[in-house]
Design a protein around this ligand. Structure first.
Ligand code: M6R
Length: 362
């Protein structure tokens, strides 16, 4: 049932504020100032976190790596599940392994879980399906509470995964005595503001629909970001490839001059995720390098960031959001850009060619 929406993907994007609100309720303590995880997750004893996932779930982990380092001082190792098993990872008895999977049935992720299980202190998973193999074979499975996701392109599961990973990172920071009480309280408050900001981001849909007319004519699209916006660039590129069949790539903004800038000409749209934060100036100077070569730039930023950038070919205004939740809120334009570009091109957004919702072969 698409509840009046044209596609499951549209319905699932629209559900995000409500889902995140409910998930926040699930992971809240008795008073609203604290978060709470199920019993037994032992971050105090963990000396290293190993995260493994595929596709969109991998990009959620890539964002979470910044969070675990910044808010919990916890060393993180991250890999794509299909690669993880084919190296010889050095595991320690005080390591925690964390697997993220919407379906909980992704063959490579499950195989990686079985591979590390005997060697680590704890196996934790973040899943949408609690009865799944990955959930059952973990010591602790944390639900994302996104409800069934039908669209092959993951949307609400991605932002709900990010929310649960943010809760984990803040609780790790607290358990490890890394975050001060004031910082913890402020970050929990930031997390609580998420559903409202998601609704504001979804309100930009009309404008995104107009902007994507230009993208739908492109042969290639480049996404750029720095910090947590770098994984968002990857997520934007993956969504666009999946459902519009336009070749899209993501680069860390600073890598541009190490090769890909050679591709830039006036036919090459470049989408830049750059909220007005501590990394803004650096990213915008990379964006100016693209503009100097007539690249068709679309800058996605907040009012302060758009003002500071001056004239840009295309821009999309986002609300000013706290740094912690920015990657979750900026996921919305990444999703809507892919969705509307695909609609302009007339592709099947819910059931793109060659893809399955759950990848159970290695
Ligand atoms: O069920 P999982 O989260 O383990 O699936 C992982 C990937 O197959 C999945 O995220 C895929 O990349 C999506 N189609 C992306 O939109």
């Amino acid at each position: 049932d698409k509840s009046g929406h044209k596609h499951f993907m549209a319905k699932e994007m629209a559900e995000q504020p409500a889902i995140l609100k409910a998930a926040l309720g699930f992971y809240s303590g008795l008073d609203s100032d604290t978060l709470e995880l199920p019993e037994g997750i032992d971050f105090a004893r963990t000396d290293r976190l190993i995260m493994v996932a595929c596709g969109t779930a991998y990009y959620a982990c890539q964002v979470a790596k910044y969070w675990f380092e910044k808010y919990a001082g916890l060393p993180v190792e991250l890999d794509i599940a299909s690669e993880y098993r084919y190296r010889d990872p050095v595991l320690g008895r005080d390591n925690m392994a964390l697997f993220v999977s919407q379906s909980g049935e992704t063959a490579d992720t499950l195989a990686a879980l079985r591979h590390v299980r005997p060697h680590v202190a704890q196996v934790v998973s973040v899943v949408n399906v609690l009865t799944s193999s990955i959930a059952r074979e973990s010591d602790i499975a944390l639900p994302i509470h996104a409800g069934p996701e039908i669209g092959v392109a993951s949307t609400k599961a991605f932002t709900a995964q990010l929310l649960v990973l943010a809760v984990l990172a803040l609780e790790a920071g607290r358990a490890r005595g890394f975050l001060s009480a004031e910082d913890y309280a402020r970050l929990v408050e930031d997390l609580r503001s998420l559903p409202g900001f998601m609704a504001q981001a979804l309100d930009r849909e009309g404008e995104i629909e107009r902007l994507t007319k230009m993208l739908s004519q492109a042969r290639d699209v480049l996404f750029l970001g720095r910090g947590t916006m770098y994984p968002m660039a990857h997520e934007g590129a993956l969504k666009l490839k999946e459902i519009s069949y336009i070749h899209a790539e993501a680069y860390a903004a600073g890598e541009l001059k190490h090769g890909p800038i050679a591709l830039i000409d006036s036919d090459f749209p470049v989408i830049v995720f750059a909220p007005f934060d501590g990394l803004y100036d650096k990213t915008v100077s990379n964006m100016q390098e693209v503009m100097a070569r007539q690249g068709e730039v679309l800058l996605i930023s907040d009012p302060a960031g758009l003002k500071a950038a001056g004239e840009v070919p295309h821009s999309l205004q986002m609300p000013p959001v706290p740094e912690l939740i920015a990657p979750i809120v900026y996921a919305v334009p990444a999703q809507l850009i892919a969705y509307h570009t695909a609609l302009h091109r007339g592709t099947d957004v819910d059931q793109p060619r060659n893809l399955a919702k759950s990848v159970t072969v290695e």
